[in-house]
Design a binder for this molecule. Structure first.
Ligand code: 13P
Length: 249
């Protein structure tokens, strides 16, 4: 059975002291659900966060990485560097990376391959913009993001892939996709995987929903059969809210 996962994407928030404080608050929360819990602090705090959560059921993951092995890429961080500080999972393709840092399906395909070569797990993000949804193109856009970013992989690789559907219009806006909209898209994503690979691959992949998930809407969204968890932005910065979402499973 595929796993339930709730991951907190801290984005560009929290220096070292705030990271320490938030982690100590996270550790005080009680977990009543079966969901795997992940947090994604900034690069500068990964090692510290890894050290301070290693005895707890919280996995520390990275928000991004470069596709190259090494070299003259000033300001970038590679898979080996992440592994060297204990990080085994990386978020790739977040819509903010696509929109503000020119990440393309092609560069993301390379990043995915590079992460898998380093035995990392990938949380692959994608999702349509508001215009796509208004024009009724949301499924076509999502399908092409999946095809271009992931469909160069062999079926076996999907054991190491988690998908995160994040409609851009729902991120940080307070506007969530309705539970039905999330379910419809997740079912479409699973069908797209089944058509390309097999029902077994499609059924085994966890598909997270992201975009204004809060304590008051998580339960309904997570109750949908194809929604296997959440990628949480704003609400992951408050320990109680984050665990209310974790415990919505
Ligand atoms: P919000 O939960 O703040 O809408 O952010 C979602 C997100 O982008 C998680 O990666």
């Amino acid at each position: 059975m595929r796993k339930h996962i709730v991951a907190g994407n801290w984005k560009m928030n929290n220096g070292l002291i705030q990271t320490e404080t938030l982690i100590s608050e996270l550790k005080k929360q009680s977990k009543t659900s079966d969901a795997e819990v992940m947090i994604a602090p900034a690069f500068t705090n990964l090692w510290h966060a890894f050290q301070s959560t290693r005895q707890d059921n919280i996995e520390v993951v990275a928000q991004n990485m470069h596709f190259a092995e090494n070299g003259a890429y000033t300001g970038e961080v590679n898979a080996g560097m992440l592994k060297s500080v204990g990080i085994k999972t990386v978020i790739l393709g977040h819509s903010e990376r696509r929109a503000y840092f020119n990440e393309t399906d092609e560069s993301l395909a390379k990043k995915v391959s590079q992460a898998l070569e380093h035995d990392m797990r990938v949380i692959f993000c994608f999702g349509e913009e508001l215009e796509d949804r208004k024009a009724g193109n949301h499924e076509a856009v999502v399908k092409s993001q999946l095809e271009n970013g992931l469909f160069h992989l062999e079926a076996d690789a999907f054991k190491h892939i988690v998908l995160a559907y994040e409609p851009v219009w729902a991120i940080g806006t307070g506007e969530t996709a309705s539970p039905e909209q999330a379910q419809d898209m997740h079912a479409f994503i699973r069908k797209t995987l089944a058509d390309k690979y097999s029902a077994e691959v499609a059924d085994g992949v966890s598909i997270l929903y992201g975009g204004s998930v809060k304590p008051n809407n998580a339960k309904e969204i997570f109750s949908k059969p194809d929604v296997d968890g959440g990628l949480i932005g704003g609400a992951s910065l408050k320990a109680e809210d984050f665990y209310a979402i974790v415990n919505a499973f």
